[in-house]
Design a binder for this molecule. Structure first.
Ligand code: AMP
Length: 290
């Protein structure tokens, strides 16, 4: 695996691969890699060659008082994992490469970015969209892979690709979970053992909503109430939001029509965890995917 530190070098490598007729697959990450990231890399490896993975803890998507400074940085372990997965290129630029002095242009995300995560973390999606646009411009992949764990982010990236006529196809991959159902996240490392045990409340709340759907509930209100009740019974958890939204707009859904998400953001002390369930209407039936 070749580790690339500069934008120019990354562009050259990618340009050469495209000129050779190769299909570049790209997985952007912030490092502290886990099996969720590995699943994106494997998906890319099945469809593309070469695979480029970026590791960049993007300062512009962290708010003041958030965990930018303490976000886990574990360079060597990440490199070893990516090497074992057969990744050809690791793009790991320094901050100054991506945001050189005088940098001044940002992507405004619009309505999709103002709700839920956007409301809880002002400026977050502006930072995400800006860095993703830059990375997609630098790497110019055939396909780029994102996790459904961050469903609103994935939807915003799809919209970004559409709005700026990017060539990259945006692929959205399933959520990888621990054996007890907790969605893998680099931030799980912050949890105390007690909070780690309590954190299964997110997938338990989604399971309660799924049980509601299985019993025939088609209105969002009772499902939201079920999720909030489940979260409220866990004293270590503070719910930021529990909502059912339309998958295209992320506006609250009244009924389960088309494709929806049940979305959760829950705090354990200073650690904020996300989870979601995809609810799809298929031939009159509803299919729930956690
Ligand atoms: P991050 O390093 O947290 O910015 O995440 C990089 C990519 O990995 C994003 O597209 C995430 O949605 C995805 N990801 C994070 N956790 C998971 C997971 N548990 N399952 C699948 N994808 C994930």
């Amino acid at each position: 695996m070749e580790t690339i530190r500069t934008v120019e070098w990354m562009k050259q490598v990618s340009r050469r691969a495209r000129a050779e007729g190769r299909l570049v697959g790209f997985v952007p990450t912030m490092g502290a890699l886990h099996a969720g990231h590995a699943s994106l890399v494997r998906a890319a490896g099945r469809e593309c060659s070469p695979v480029v993975v970026s590791i960049f803890v993007n300062p512009t998507q962290f708010g003041p008082g958030e965990d930018f400074a303490k976000y886990p940085r574990v360079g060597e372990a990440d490199s070893a994992l990516l090497e074992s997965l057969g990744v050809e290129f690791l793009f790991a630029p320094e901050g100054g490469e991506i945001y050189p002095p005088g940098f001044s242009s940002f992507v405004e995300v619009g309505g999709l970015g103002s709700r839920l995560e956007g409301r809880a973390r002002p400026g977050h999606f502006r930072g995400v969209a800006t860095v993703v646009l830059k990375l997609l411009e630098i790497v110019q992949p055939w396909r780029a892979y994102f996790g459904r764990k961050d469903a609103q982010q994935a939807r915003i990236v799809q919209q970004l690709a559409r709005d700026f006529d990017l060539d990259a196809q945006i692929e959205i991959c399933p959520i990888v979970r621990e054996a007890d159902g907790l969605a893998l996240s680099s931030r799980n490392a912050y949890l105390s053992p007690e909070d780690r045990r309590a954190a299964t409340v997110l997938c338990r709340a989604l399971a309660a909503a799924r049980a509601g759907v299985a019993r025939g509930e088609r209105n969002a209100g009772p499902l939201v109430a079920t999720m909030r009740q489940t979260l409220a019974r866990e004293p270590r958890a503070t719910a930021d939001y529990a909502e059912v939204v339309a998958a295209d707009t992320f506006e609250p859904a009244a009924t389960l029509r088309g494709t929806c998400y049940a979305l959760l953001a829950v705090r354990f002390g200073a650690t904020r965890l996300l989870d979601n369930m995809l609810i799809e209407e298929l031939g009159g039936e509803l299919r729930c995917t956690v």
